[in-house]
Design a protein around this ligand. Sequence first.
Ligand code: CP
Length: 341
Amino acid sequence: MTEIRIQKTEDRERKKTWVRKDLLSVEELSKEEIKLVLDTAESFKEVSSRDVKKVPALRGKTIANLFFEPSTRTRTSFELAAKRLSADIINFSASGSSTSKGESLSDTAKNIEAMHVDTIVMRHPSSGSAEVLSRCVKAGIVNAGDGIHEHPTQGLLDLFTIREKKKNLEGIRVCLVGDILHSRVARSNIWGLVKMGAKVTVCGPPTLIPAKIEELGVEVCYDLDKAVKDQDVLNILRIQLERQRGAFFPSIREYAAEYGISSERLKKAKPDVVIMHPGPVNRGVELSSAVADGKHSVILDQVTNGVAIRMAVLFLTTMVDSDPIRHPEQASVSERVEGSS
Ligand code: CP
């Protein structure tokens, strides 16, 4: 039996470093906070490979998943993360709820909070909605993607996966490829990678690269054949067809030819290049199937790591208010994360 044990000294470090009940963006996180999330996720990752995939870390806590946009990975991953931490979780989706009768977002959230929910995980099509909600309710808010703004847990799981595969983030060369303009994943990756000392390039059609993006500390390249050389990681973004208000490129076929990663194009990259994609993949557009399923791809590792990152984020945000002086009924965090398998 392997036990997870976050030592009491680490508890004290965690309390000094993490004071947030909300996770709204990677932009707001310091380098130390990002490192704490990644290190906490590393401790939690092992839980998912046990026969009994559960620790008592959030026993007695309640999490609500509030999704106003479709999701496969993020929603399932948060649900599994909550369950593996022994929290209760409720799932709410816009279709079939009273939002279709005209209820506002803040009223919906206040009603959910009235049922003594500790943390609300929300995905919403409007940029900034998670921050607005955090001002309306006392419950913690975890942003699971707000419009084209940020998708912080995706950014953090991407950082975690890069650190796992390349043993470091400092100095690692990462190229984000494709629809940077509409990508909340790109923004969360850029904030996180730059803070952790990675060298970031963005590559895509000029119409899909935001003006002045260099000010975030990244290089811009419009030629993918040139950009793939010397990169340690290629993080390929989904073409966000549902968010495009206009013709940003002539056709899908042309996009695939210029900015898709095929086996042929991959030959120009380093032999140990890592291929990432947040999903869902448009096969034959951003990536060929041979590349998506090939030896360089870590796409499914990203999904696996997503559970560990979300366990870490739910744990840190939900437990931030669990001061043992105010809540003597709660065991120390060390006791809470000890495995029971
Ligand atoms: N990466 C990601 O956000 O996937 P889902 O839309 O399936 O949650």
